[in-house]
Each structure stands twice: as C-alpha cells, then as structure tokens.
Design a protein. Structure first.
Length: 318
C-alpha cells in the first residue's frame, strides 16, 4: 500500500509544483526525473511515450498519455501495465492543509498483465531498488526505517472517484500453463482514505459473459485486515456469487478468509456458457453452494462445503 500512496503523492506533487513554475514550461522535459522517481518506488521502468499536461484552472489537473510500466525479467509480456491516458483532478482547498483530495482519477484503456512465473515469482509484487524505498515519503521526505509510510499519511488521501474505462486484465500462471482474460472492464471506486472504507461497482466480460460486480469494505483494522463484501452476477442471471469476509494486503503476500456463496437456476447452462468440460454430464437443475473460503496467492481452498444440485446435497472440502 505504501507504493500506491507514494505514486499518488508524487503525482500530486507534480501538480503542486506547477504553482511555482512559469505557465509556459514544457513538462515533457521532466520525463527523466518522473520515470526515475517511479522506478525508485516500484523497481520497474516507466516509459511515457505521450505528453504530460498540467493545468491549474479551474481546478488542478494532470494528464499523462501513452504510458507503460515494465514487467519482471522473464515474464510473458515486456510490460506489466500500459494505458492510453491517465487523467487526475484535485480539489485545491485541502492541499493548503496538507491533505490530498482526488476529485477524479480516470484510467483510459488500461491493460494489466498479472503473472505468476514458473519460478514462483509474482509480478504484482514490487521491489524497490536497495536504498531507494526510504527516500520517498508523502511530502518528499523520508519514510521510516522500515520503509512504511505513517498511518497519518494513508489517511491524508481521499478518492472521490477512481474510474476505469475499457480496461483489460490478463492473468497467467506459467507454472500451471493457464491464462484468463477479463475484458471490457468499466467501473468506479471511491475511498475516504487509502485505508478505506471503499465502495465500487462496475462490469466486465469473463469468457464472453457480461458480468457485473459490487464491492464494499470497511476501514483497515489494527491487525491489518480489511472487511470486504463482494457481489457478482454472471451473464443474464446465470449465477450469483457473494463473498463476505476479510482480506490482508501485505507487501510480501495477500490472503483472505470468509464465507463464499453461489447459486443459479441451471448448472448445465452455466457450465456450457463458461466453456467448462462436457456439459452433457451436468444435471440441468438449480444449484447452490456455501463454504468457508481461504484465499491465498497460490489458490482457493473451500472448507465446510455445502453443495446442492436440485434435490441432491453433498458436503465436503476442496
């Protein structure tokens, strides 16, 4: 989370710096300094092939076009993330008191490549170069010896609206030789701080099925977990999924636990729509599932599983 905070804070500092320089300055000349700072935060190379535009009136705003963030060495794709444009707008008043209120942050046509490499590395875990992680704080100062931003830093940023337009997410498990694509992602998220609570909703395409989702969270607790509620509808009511529990987001790993529920009117139709196996062997009945779900970066474990298909019921674990 400190990397997300540092990136947002650095972008905001760019806008603040615009107050102290002539209005005719060419911000593209600062690309080397910007990319160097992002590399210090993430350990990855940022390439900005488009323009950097900053305006102060009627409200501070920043636009970065055609940007790419490099991937881990050995990954399938050379870039972990790329986007057509990033648009950021700030509320001017809170900046005076040292708070950051993002009125809108829009990612246009982002493509994100998530991959677990054959050697076990995960490309969504960022490792700043040695000595660089402690150089960048919320206001350009130092982080603590542990490299973590303070709790006050995390609460100093509020997000009125973060939106994604026409996003694509690819997930690759090179060890298991599996690939999943999530396309046409459109959604909006808001947060009172980077520690929550969060609210969001949107839609995306999963294996050709239009899928809608809603997510809500509480505030981050003292032990580091965040209460989360997620609801998903696959296709035209082919199935409904829900998760209520908690997640832990750490620098080294993320995990979660909670109650998973799923139901639908016809399991055979759902299986055929998802392209799963031989659907002729699946009974054409309504179904429901309830289980204690344990989430980790390596997979999903279901305990105390209760499954019903028509009048048939079964219990177990996966």
């Amino acid at each position: 989370m400190k990397i997300v905070y540092g990136v947002i804070a650095f972008i905001v500092l760019l806008v603040i710096a615009a107050f102290a320089v002539p209005s005719f300055i060419d911000w593209n000349s600062y690309k080397p300094e910007i990319t160097e700072r992002i590399e210090a935060l993430t350990g990855r190379k940022l390439s900005i092939d488009g323009d950097i535009e900053i305006a102060l009136l009627p409200s501070p705003k920043l636009r970065i076009s055609d940007a790419r963030l490099s991937n881990l060495a050995g990954a399938y794709s050379a870039d972990m993330a790329r986007l057509q444009a990033l648009d950021l707008r700030l509320v001017l008043g809170p900046l005076i008191s040292g708070d950051i209120q993002v009125s809108s942050l829009t990612l246009i046509d982002p493509v994100i490549e998530l991959e677990r490499l054959a050697d076990g590395r995960s490309n969504w875990l960022f490792t700043p170069p040695p000595g660089d992680a402690t150089k960048i704080g919320a206001t350009g100062g130092d982080l603590g010896a542990s490299g973590d931003a303070s709790e006050a830093d995390a609460t100093a940023i509020s997000l009125d609206s973060v939106s994604i337009q026409n996003g694509t997410i690819a997930y690759r498990d090179s060890a298991g030789d599996t690939v999943e694509y999530f396309q046409r992602l459109n959604g909006t998220l808001s947060a009172k701080s980077l520690d929550g609570p969060f609210r969001g909703d949107g839609s995306l395409e999963v294996r050709g099925l239009e899928t809608s989702f809603q997510i809500a969270s509480g505030r981050k607790r003292e032990d580091g977990h965040i209460p989360v509620s997620l609801k998903i509808v696959l296709g035209e009511d082919l199935a409904q999924l829900g998760f209520d529990g908690k997640i832990f987001i750490r620098d080294a790993r993320s995990e979660g636990a909670g109650i998973l529920r799923a139901s639908g009117p016809n399991l055979a139709v759902l299986a055929e729509a998802m392209g799963v196996g031989n659907t002729q062997s699946v009974a054409s009945n309504d179904f429901s599932l309830k289980a204690e779900a344990l989430l980790s970066e390596t997979g999903l474990t279901l305990e105390d599983l209760q499954f019903r298909l028509g009048e048939t019921q079964a219990n177990g674990a996966i």
